[in-house]
Design a protein around this ligand. Structure first.
Ligand code: 5GP
Ligand code: MN
Length: 340
């Protein structure tokens, strides 16, 4: 499904507005990258702009230009409520239903502001006035580049914006290893380099800043907590609250862990179950045409992309895993041949 309401959004932006850019809970590189890139751009267009996330981003993004100004609903509710109430336009970046704003969702839904979606997930909800929603695109950050281009404003891009867009593309494609089989992504990256980014430096900032305990948690996840089920071409990792405590878990420490389970030959479905804040956070990854978006939506009230999706379950860790094990036989034949 594609929605590109560029002309209508462009018309709305023709006068100075108070704009609130919002992104999803547990914000990742694309959530923060696309929001900040959009904020820099819209400020250059003479709008007043705030960026708000429900909760903080991982430390490995704390170098990003403009990150200091992001508001977190969980930390600064009063300020967030005031910017929600004052907004003429609320943009949803990198998520597609307001439910992913957690406690901020009801206030945003009630707001009279024009609601705009800029996102690349499947199955956008219909609670937006205008949508730019293209699911085949690598990242929302790439979509922000396309948006600026469609607005005829490529000349307004600068190194800060380029760094934000590059971070979003790189983190959402596993450093250009999936969801990036389109020429345009690489043409955009070439433009970002022309704007002066240092790709090697950015890679070090994003990926080479593990704490010792984060690396040991990764080791433990793989050596002790990985369960491989060759009969279902599936592998999964479980981390309890006490596991996380033992390794002094910080936000972002488990980012990427699930991909190791998927890297096993003939494993086509991988999952990570993590006990966090009284819920079980699940990450799904898949290869080929096996849709974890469908799996997450149908069984776990979650969603995402075909090959990367997530969910938050209010069942216990044991029950969530039991349920997962129970549904695997339903998908056994699909999981065998994901490239046919
Ligand atoms: P991750 O496993 O990295 O947290 O998320 C993978 C993808 O699924 C991301 O694109 C993320 O936005 C989406 N996702 C994660 N959790 C949820 C969820 O609870 N609901 C929905 N709809 N999408 C999610
Ligand atoms: Mn994204």
């Amino acid at each position: 499904m594609e929605n590109t309401d560029f002309p209508a959004i462009s018309e709305k932006l023709s006068q100075p507005l108070q704009i609130l850019i919002t992104t999803h809970t547990n914000p990742d590189g694309d959530a923060i990258g696309s929001s900040l890139a959009l904020a820099f751009y819209l400020k250059k267009k003479n709008h007043r702009v705030h960026v708000m996330a429900p909760d903080p981003f991982p430390d490995f993004l704390a170098w990003m230009p403009g990150h200091e100004d992001i508001l977190f609903f969980s930390r600064d509710q009063e300020k967030c409520i005031s910017v929600i109430q004052q907004a003429d336009m609320i943009i949803a970046a990198d998520y597609n239903n307001f439910g992913r704003l957690n406690d901020a969702a009801p206030l945003v839904r009630q707001s009279k502001a024009v609601k705009v979606l800029i996102d690349h997930h499947l199955n956008a909800s219909d609670e937006f006035d205008y949508k730019i929603s293209i699911s085949r695109i690598s990242s929302t950050s790439e979509l922000v580049y396309n948006f600026v281009e469609a607005m005829g404003d490529v000349h307004l891009l600068d190194k800060n914006i380029a760094e934000c867009i590059y971070t979003g593309i790189i983190t959402d494609t596993g450093s250009l290893s999936y969801a990036c089989n389109y020429v345009k992504t690489y043409l955009i990256i070439a433009e970002l380099f022309r704007l002066g980014i240092d790709g090697e430096h950015l890679h070090r900032l994003i990926y080479d800043t593990y704490s010792e305990s984060r690396l040991r948690l990764l080791g433990y996840s793989i050596s002790d907590q990985l369960i491989v089920m060759p009969e279902f071409n599936t592998a999964f990792i479980t981390l309890s609250a006490s596991d996380l405590q033992r390794f002094n878990h910080q936000i972002g420490d488990t980012e990427g862990v699930v991909n190791y389970a998927l890297s096993i030959k003939d494993i086509n479905l991988a999952a990570l179950f993590m006990e966090r804040d009284g819920l079980v956070k699940v990450s799904f990854r898949s290869k080929g045409n096996f849709s974890v978006d469908t799996l997450a939506r149908e069984h776990f009230n979650g969603g995402g992309h075909r090959n990367a999706a997530g969910a938050n379950c209010d069942t216990t860790l044991e029950d969530t895993i039991l349920k997962f094990r129970k549904i695997l036989p339903l998908y056994q034949s699909k999981l065998k041949s994901v490239y046919s």
